[in-house]
Design a protein around this ligand. Structure first.
Ligand code: ADP
Ligand code: MG
Length: 684
């Protein structure tokens, strides 16, 4: 057994459990070991239930009063029951853990540890972890890892599997040269993996984390540098020429390009028509108009008799781009043929789409990851664009490359990162910045308020809807699981429906819905058949509904600033005055200070800089900027110091690449593996 072995090589993992792990993105031992905790907690002493009522969270030793109930609510299973100790009684709920009904015995006592929530004047213990007393006592006093969990997966299951893998699997050898480890005081690799999951104490956890974050950054930077070095040797798949059609298209657009759009288009056009393969990152604030730049690049490919593809992270976004392109093409009377390819299409639809792509019956292809996964054989793929991709698409480039050549790649990101960090991460990779918003925009009006404002906010939403507008309400995230998050959104929208007049259609959107259901909801929202959309952060990326003017965010303190800025970017996209209501559930000084930044400014780059200043290296597991560069452990803001070290190290390694990065060195192999680059690709 080694890191490549499938997850079910472990004892006790059969078909069913394997599926549970796979749903969480863990299919082999390597995935398991690199599924790092999101943070740590220490277990508190057991308290009487009566005391926990006031604290809202804690552990107590209680008895299950009567057999547990199991019921289904839409696609969730809910186990409920009543627990008591000598000091009190409480109702308990677990989502999507049906097996608890039979494994927890009525009349027996267990340690329950969890949070208390108040709903409809009643108190509930929600999703508590359950232990036998001896078990709990053993865990006390140690740092306990907290893992990001998904349906059916528990911390216990993960820990058991990880322990077994660490004990029995043949682990990866240290790949960093001694010299470098010494210089930056880096823990040994296998020590770090062990300690990140089972830390002896705070100190060794920090050492472990430092090492692993360093690795993530270093490998990423090395891969980008290495790619760039090799780039001059790679020729573009197809040489493109400038075409007169393009300025004509720009002329006939319904709007004039902003100065920033014009500047970036010049850069892009020069890139795409050169004899070197393009790798350009386009950064631009939300709403700065990046889509049209992508469309122009695709049109240029089509004008040259080639194909261009644009890949986006969600089905909803794919559809939206597809519609935007087809309607633009139609209204301008252009001859380009467009195809959509997404995972939720039927097998037949996909096959037909692939055929048309292969026979070059289409010029522009819009899709999700299906563009790679469906084994499409592109005939003349000259340009590939990934939108809302926060990470430089090293893997995508590989997947779409053809032998000896490569399409031009453009990556578009709406998450501004401070220039200083961008340069460290991407080196002098070509970065274009769209730093200007179209002139017709009214700045969004913001307010930062506490929950006592909620009723007023609803009234405000009602009035906006009466004026013909629409609104988003973002529900608080539920950290424990996606299932609870879904439940939360469903309940919230039911309450809101009751609160608002009947003519207002309220619907919800969450991550556990099928892509088809999500598409349907988004389409109805776009057509204004739905006026208020209650959602988790799934609407975060790229969605464009210009008639929506209110963004209300519950528990705003739980989100990173960049993420809030993204969410806010869903409104203010049309000619109407838009509003963002940031509602916080706790009013610490820091919360106000952070949210105040958003209140002051609508400029994503400014916000990113301020965020960077505000957050010190102290809070190791603070609010993660989900959405910014999907490192597993590292956060480019919080770990900016480690990022700098990794960057220096990368420079040092590249300089002495003969010594450190020869083809058979462990470091080189690791770099290839972690970026899924084929060995050969760099020698083309
Ligand atoms: P993002 O950069 O967030 O991807 P989009 O490309 O979706 O932004 O553009 C947001 C909206 O602005 C779209 O409705 C688009 O048609 C419009 N738009 C883009 N460029 C301009 C412009 N120069 N003038 C006016 N409106 C524009
Ligand atoms: Mg966009």
């Amino acid at each position: 057994m080694n890191e490549m072995s499938p997850i079910d090589s472990l004892k006790g993992i059969g078909e069913k459990t394997r599926a549970v792990f796979e749903r969480a993105g863990i299919s082999d031992i390597g995935d398991l070991l690199h599924d790092y905790p999101r943070g740590y907690e220490s277990y508190e002493p057991i308290m009487p239930l009566g005391e926990i009522y006031d604290k809202n969270a804690g552990a107590f030793y209680g008895e299950i009063v009567s057999p547990l109930n199991l019921r289904r609510v839409r696609r969730l299973t809910v186990v409920t029951g009543v627990i008591r100790d000598g000091t009190g009684t409480i109702q308990v709920t677990w989502f999507n853990m049906p097996y608890l009904k039979s494994s927890l015995v009525s009349g027996s006592r267990y340690v329950f540890r969890g949070k208390i929530v108040r709903k409809r004047q009643q108190m509930f213990l929600e999703q508590p972890a359950v232990f036998r007393m001896e078990e709990y006592e053993k865990l006390r006093g140690r740092l306990q890892p907290v893992y990001p969990l998904s349906e059916g997966l528990t911390t216990k299951m993960l820990q058991k599997a990880i322990r077994q893998a660490l004990d029995e699997a043949e682990l990866e050898k240290e790949y960093l040269p001694e010299e470098i480890r010494h210089k930056y005081n880096l823990a040994e690799y296998n020590y770090a993996i062990e300690e990140i999951h089972f830390p002896k104490d705070d100190h060794s956890m920090r050492l472990a984390r430092h090492r692993l974050v360093f690795d993530e950054f270093l490998l990423f930077i090395l891969a980008v540098r290495n790619l760039k070095e090799g780039r001059e040797k790679i020729r573009p798949s197809f040489l493109l020429e400038k075409k007169e059609e393009i300025p004509k298209i720009i002329e006939s657009l319904p709007f004039t390009l902003t100065g920033a759009q014009q500047k970036v288009w010049k850069e892009l056009e020069a890139d795409l028509t050169s004899s070197e393969v393009t790798a350009r990152l386009i950064q631009g604030d939300v709403g700065s108009g990046k889509t049209i730049l992508a469309e122009l690049a695709l049109f240029l490919a089509a004008e040259n008799g080639c194909q261009g593809a644009i890949m986006v992270p969600t089905e909803v976004l794919a559809r939206q781009h597809y519609e935007s392109i087809t309607s633009l093409v139609e209204s301008l009377g252009l001859p380009y043929r467009t195809e959509l390819l997404t995972g939720s299409m039927t097998g037949k639809q996909k096959r037909l789409a692939c055929e048309r792509i292969e026979n070059q019956e289409v010029d522009i292809i819009v899709g999700t990851h299906a563009l790679i996964q469906e084994k499409v054989h592109y005939k003349k793929l000259a340009v590939v664009i990934t939108d809302e991709q926060h990470r430089f698409g090293v893997r995508q480039r590989e997947a779409l490359s053809q032998k000896g050549s490569m399409p031009h790649t453009i990556v578009m990101s709406a998450t501004p990162i401070p220039r200083t960090l961008a340069v460290i991460l991407y080196g002098d990779l070509d970065i274009s910045i769209v730093n200007e918003l179209p002139a017709n925009r009214l700045p969004i009006k913001n307010c930062v308020v506490d929950t006592s404002y909620r009723e007023k906010a609803y009234t405000f939403i009602k009035r906006q809807v009466e004026e013909g507008r629409q609104a988003y309400v973002i529900c608080p995230m539920v950290e424990e699981s996606e299932a609870m998050e879904a439940e939360n959104v469903i309940e919230y929208s039911a309450r809101l429906r009751e609160r608002l007049p009947a003519f207002i259609q309220v619907e919800y959107l969450h991550g556990k819905m099928k892509p088809k259901e999500k598409n349907e909801i988004m389409e109805r929202f776009l057509k204004n058949e739905i006026q208020v959309l209650v959602s988790t952060t799934v609407v975060e990326v790229g969605v464009n509904v210009p008639n929506a003017t209110v963004m209300m965010i519950e528990n705003a303190e739980r989100f990173g600033l960049a993420q809030l800025h993204q969410l806010r970017g869903r409104v203010g996209r049309g000619g109407f005055q838009s509003y963002c209501i940031l509602m916080y559930g706790n009013d610490g000084k820091k919360t106000k200070e952070r949210l105040g930044i958003l209140n002051r400014s609508n400029d994503g780059f400014y916000i990113a800089e301020e965020d960077l200043k505000l957050r010190g290296p102290g809070d190791l597991f603070g609010i993660r900027q989900s959405g910014i560069l999907d490192f597993k452990l590292g956060d480019i803001f919080q770990d900016a110091a480690i990022l700098k070290e990794a960057s220096d190290t990368a420079a040092f390694i590249m300089e002495k690449s003969d010594k450190f990065l020869s083809k058979d060195s462990p470091l080189f192999k690791k770099m290839m593996k972690s970026t899924h680059l084929e060995d050969g690709m760099l020698n083309l």
